[in-house]
Design a protein around this ligand. Structure first.
Ligand code: GLU
Ligand code: ZN
Length: 321
């Protein structure tokens, strides 16, 4: 069972989509959780565009995501005006290169970052083909000084076991050094990785509660470890406990995840076809277990729904136990 952790007044959470496609029903179920929990328990919602992957992300997807959210009545408390005005934003990863570079430099100055020239195939040759499982980087370049323009960057991970509280799953333990080995923080194309950017951003955006799908549960320990390494020597940040809620992921009847691929109808398309936002929100709430919501649910009712029917958190904002 999750341990009781009280949240500070004005606690912060985030909605952090990657604009690699249009908003779909999987995102919507996720958004219902974020807005439901935050509105029920006094949280502030920060929106962040996770467009660290410069190949797959597109500005038109970002615009469409924000427009669909507005149409649904899901209005974030922070980040939106910055993302919608012209120019760079502190809430868009592709505009925050300096933030990641200075975090990396601080770690490098402590001897914790090294260059890696291994390809996927090189790694598989050492650790075998992981087949669905994650390949653990064997540390080949740790002592090799393999610099060069096409080199990736890795972070030396200590063998710490990370413990964290998840509101649904209870206390979790993960050892990132065993799961993934030294963490890739910048890839060979020079792009910051999801794991690194999220750890840096959750600190920069002063996040208290991370709400996201169960598929990201294995990432949590490593993000916490990066965070721990980043805040070393900064007691105020180090003392802040992050709380997690990993919610069920919406799947097709055959068990596969919904995706942004064209085969999964986007919200924009349903919107064009005349579907009402209330119908979509009711559908999304059902997908994550609120089976009695009826046929229509407005965004304004999410807080009441979660405070009445959701046992994930108690009414003072602490997780149920
Ligand atoms: N950007 C990630 C996604 O769209 C979510 C990351 C997170 O919540 O940590 O899947
Ligand atoms: Zn290497």
């Amino acid at each position: 069972m999750a341990r009781q952790v009280s949240l500070r007044c004005g606690w912060r959470t985030r909605f952090a989509p990657s604009p690699t496609g249009y908003l779909h029903r999987g995102h919507l179920a996720h958004a219902v959780c974020v807005w439901g929990v935050a509105r029920a328990h006094g949280g502030t919602i920060v929106v962040r565009m996770e467009d660290h992957d410069r190949v797959r992300c597109k500005p038109e997807y970002e615009r469409a995501l924000l427009s669909d959210l507005e149409w649904l009545g899901l209005i974030p408390d922070e980040g939106l005006s910055s993302l919608t005005r012209h120019g760079p934003s502190a809430f868009r990863q592709s505009d925050c290169n300096n933030r990641y570079a200075s975090a990396m430099e601080a770690l490098r100055a402590r001897g914790l970052v090294y260059s890696c020239t291994c390809s996927r195939r090189d790694i598989a040759a050492v650790v075998g083909d992981a087949e669905g499982d994650e390949a653990r980087y064997p540390g080949t370049c740790r002592t090799r000084s393999a610099a060069g323009p096409g080199a990736a960057l890795r972070l030396v991970l200590p063998p710490d076991v990370m413990r964290f509280a998840d509101v649904r799953h209870g206390v979790q333990q993960q050892c990132p050094a065993e799961q993934c080995g030294d963490l890739l923080i910048r890839d060979r194309r020079g792009q910051w990785t999801y794991q690194f950017a999220v750890a840096v951003d959750d600190l920069a955006h002063d996040i208290d509660v991370v709400i996201r799908g169960d598929d990201l549960l294995p990432s949590t320990g490593r993000q916490l470890l990066v965070r721990q390494m980043l805040v070393e020597g900064e007691p105020s940040a180090a003392n802040r406990v992050l709380l997690f809620l990993h919610h069920p992921v919406v799947r097709h009847p055959d068990g596969t995840k919904l995706s942004k691929a064209a085969s999964d109808t986007g919200i924009a398309e349903l919107r064009r076809a005349g579907m009402r936002p209330e119908v979509l929100l009711a559908d999304a709430a059902k997908q994550i277990g609120f089976t009695d919501v009826g046929d229509q649910l407005s965004a304004g009712r999410l807080g009441a729904l979660f405070s009445t029917y959701c046992s994930w958190f108690t009414s003072d904002g602490a997780p149920a136990h």
